[in-house]
Write a protein that binds this ligand. Structure first.
Ligand code: TRP
Length: 481
């Protein structure tokens, strides 16, 4: 058996034009590794990005702090450096520890109906953060962005993708009581629009050019779009969740899990936040899942052979991995047995790092492949099984998401969350989350709505429970002493 047939894998993905320069490009609109002298795309150099963007690497000390504050083992993405960089994540941990409010914010550009496994990575991680922190989550569908940044797509087309994309996102397993999904075309207005304009007033054309590389021929919708993606980082954009008292909401930061290419939007937002005394969003950045063709490329929704899609059948998954997945194995079995394979470029192994939960098992596979004990065909078989399981589980959940579930997630309504149940003192968030706020009315007659009363009752119960817990803890502590 030949262990390494990369013939199909090596058929290059189209190299974008800006690659003429050969440099690594990572921004919201282009992602690809440096092109070497030989014309081959290199793996993305993430350390260089950390340096260029001025973010911080997630180190062991931060992971220990995370575990100490949450009592939870870090997610495999964190353990394996897949979620690898951050801005001010430690401040969010401090807030969580003190019982102070924050929220999660992430998003997706609805550019097609074809969601692939790469798209699910930031959402999987976001779901885990929501389960861990028990905080509100807003998910933005940037239909406007996908219209503005494409020559061909119509408004009707991108709006049409919103509902199916929302279903895909919901199928990851988000809690409807804590999650608000919105499309820009539907939601812009009221408090959100005020924040968009507030943000745009503080960005000059020069800055936008420097951050995003726009030029004189860029349409002005694209130039302005950053203020829409940015304004979602501010809690005051969501009065139905956080209330209408801007003195309070201005102090509630977002934690934004995203792929590293989205950082420029939020670098800009953090800068403006500081100037207008709003809480700066914190960020936590993920790496990309390589395309089947190998390091330096990213799965593309429009190239079927580049990705495993969430609609693929078990057989399609098997065939794609066998046929296209770039292999780090040697050309002949004999040579592979003797010299071993290279897991750092092997796509099947890289996918296992993303999807295989068991650390020991992953380590066994790595060692066996590098020693040449495990052949490429065998490694691919393990990867195929893991991906088939992941995709099948998703499809099962996805089949159950009906239109009315989408409506529920996208309805403007108050959310319910607890935050850190062990914090000494929980700072209440909502006291002005009036129903009227959702309609753009700001309440203000001093009377509580039915919904507010319900929330108040709930909060009282939660507070009482917490007080009880704290008392019990104290009693136990005195007993133990
Ligand atoms: N611009 C992103 C995309 O094209 C969508 C998005 C909006 C987003 N807000 C976000 C992604 C916040 C991550 C975090 O897919």
């Amino acid at each position: 058996m030949a262990t390494n047939v990369n013939a199909e894998a090596l058929k290059e993905l189209p190299v974008p034009e800006h690659h003429a320069a050969g440099k690594q490009t990572v921004d919201p609109y282009n992602v690809s590794g440096e092109v070497g002298e030989d014309g081959v795309v290199k793996a993305i150099d993430y350390s260089k990005l950390v340096e260029e963007f001025g973010t911080k690497k997630i180190d062991q000390a931060l992971l220990e702090r995370f575990e100490c504050v949450t009592g939870k083992k870090p997610h495999r993405f964190l353990r394996r450096g897949i979620v690898f960089s951050h801005r001010d994540f430690e401040l969010i941990l401090d807030r969580y520890e003190r019982g102070e409010p924050f929220f999660l914010y992430t998003g997706r550009g609805p550019s097609s109906d074809s969601v692939h496994v790469g798209h699910t990575i930031p959402f999987e991680f976001t779901k885990w953060l929501q389960d861990t922190f028990d905080v509100p989550l807003v998910i933005m569908l940037t239909d406007d962005e996908k219209y503005l940044f494409s020559e061909k797509r119509t408004i009707e087309e991108v709006q049409g993708y919103c509902s199916s994309n929302a279903k895909d996102i919901i199928a990851i397993g988000f809690d409807p009581a804590k999650t608000f999904i919105f499309s820009d075309f539907e939601f812009v207005g009221g408090a959100f629009y005020r924040n968009i304009v507030r943000l745009s007033k503080h960005i000059t054309l020069n800055q936008a050019r420097a951050i995003f590389g726009f030029n004189d021929s860029t349409n002005i919708g694209r130039i302005h779009f950053g203020s829409i993606q940015g304004a979602t980082s501010w809690a005051s954009s969501f009065p139905h969740i956080f209330g209408t008292d801007e003195k309070k909401t201005a102090a509630i930061p977002a934690l934004i899990p995203c792929a590293i290419d989205q950082d420029p939007y939020f670098r800009m937002t953090r800068d403006v936040s500081a100037r207008i005394h709003y809480a700066k969003p914190s960020l936590i950045h993920a790496k990309f899942l390589d395309a089947l063709q190998g390091p330096g490329t990213k799965m593309s929704a429009s190239i079927d052979e580049s990705a495993i899609f969430m609609k693929d059948t078990p057989n399609q998954i098997k065939n794609k991995i066998n046929k296209y997945a770039f292999s780090g194995g040697k050309v002949s079995v004999e040579e592979h047995r003797e010299k071993g394979g290279d897991t750092s470029v092997d796509v099947s192994f890289q996918y296992l790092r993303f999807f295989l939960e068991d650390d020991d098992e992953l380590e066994r596979i790595r060692v066996a492949y590098e020693k040449g004990e495990l052949l490429t065909g065998e490694l691919k078989a393990i990867c195929i099984k893991e991906l088939q399981t992941y995709v099948a589980a998703f499809q099962e959940r996805r089949a159950k998401v009906e239109d009315k579930v989408v409506d529920l997630f996208m309805e403007r309504r108050p959310l319910q969350w607890v935050g850190n149940p062990n914090a000494a003192r929980v700072v209440p968030v909502v006291d002005g989350a009036a129903e009227g706020a959702a309609d753009g009315k700001e309440g203000g007659d001093g009377k509580l709505t039915k919904n507010q009363l319900k929330k108040l009752e709930k909060q009282k119960m939660i507070d009482a429970k917490k007080a009880q817990k704290a008392k019990e803890k104290e009693e136990q502590a005195t007993k133990a002493a």
